[in-house]
Design a protein around this ligand. Structure first.
Ligand SMILES: [Zn+2]
Length: 263
């Protein structure tokens, strides 16, 4: 059974590479993240990860902008895969050695948070109202980190709800209403952490050729100049921090709710 699941994970990673949803490094990272999910949580782990992965890929493909430079960002590399799947993989590795229900909560919360972020940025781009900075409350340019829209917030709730419900259907005995609300809330809050960390510290560069502001360190084949934030505090670093904080806070709240009975 698990050999079949590992082969299925490899097939999905290969397919994602062939359809340009992942770079070759991204596909390898996805196979590792998927393999760890199977090792830790079996079919359930793979399905929860799949609910994040397939919904995000399909949303991004469906809403892909005609604009070439935005469309380019839809192929995820290994760093982006690890930013979304790192916290969940840590839960899966721990589950393999020290199984405990709290780790499934952390695993689910991580993918719920990742889905909230991906859904919010895919749908938020389609918002007709201009984004507002979560830090200053002022209007910001679309596509710049730290900007939030009502449509994006709604999408974040949809993404976290989707993954949470998938996990609930797979492992109904783990869940109560309290835990469902907890998972939904932590994923949603991590989306605000993402926006706030993005607005406050994320690096922004300006192209020295065309003058465009960008999150890329290279633009028009020339190194871009840092105009804001901390150089290494990239969108991926912000993502990793937000997803991890969602996962950790869900586990802490779960332990409080269940009366701190860790062994
Ligand atoms: Zn440029």
């Amino acid at each position: 059974m698990s050999l079949f699941l590992y082969m299925l994970t490899a097939a999905v990673a290969f397919g994602a590479w062939r359809t340009k949803s992942l770079t070759s490094g991204g596909a390898l990272a996805a196979f590792i993240v998927g393999g760890l999910s199977v090792a830790g949580f079996g079919f359930t782990g793979m399905a929860v990860m799949g609910s994040f992965f397939f919904s995000s890929v399909l949303l991004e493909k469906a809403l892909k902008s005609e604009d070439k430079k935005e469309a380019k960002g839809a192929t995820r590399d290994a760093v982006q895969v690890m930013a979304n799947g790192g916290a969940a993989s840590a839960c899966a590795v721990l589950q393999f050695f020290f199984p405990h229900p709290v780790l499934f909560i952390g695993f689910t919360a991580a993918y719920a948070a990742a889905a909230a972020d991906t859904w919010a940025s895919a749908l938020g781009r389609k918002s007709t109202e201009p984004p507002v900075s979560i830090k200053t409350g002022r209007l910001v340019e679309p596509g710049i980190s730290g900007g939030v829209t009502r449509l994006g917030n709604l999408a974040a709730g949809g993404g976290s709800g989707f993954v949470t419900v998938a996990a609930l259907l797979l492992e109904p005995e783990v869940f109560s209403v309290v835990i469902l609300v907890l998972l939904f809330l932590t994923a949603f809050l991590s989306q605000f952490a993402d926006a706030w960390l993005g607005a406050a510290y994320q690096s922004l560069f300006q192209c020295c050729v065309c003058g465009e502001k960008t999150e890329q360190t290279v633009h028009c084949s020339k190194p871009a100049i840092l105009v804001k934030g901390i150089r290494w505090w990239s969108n991926d670093a912000v993502n990793f921090a937000a997803v991890s904080s969602g996962s950790v806070s869900a586990m802490l709240l779960y332990m409080i709710v269940t009366g701190l009975n860790i062994y």
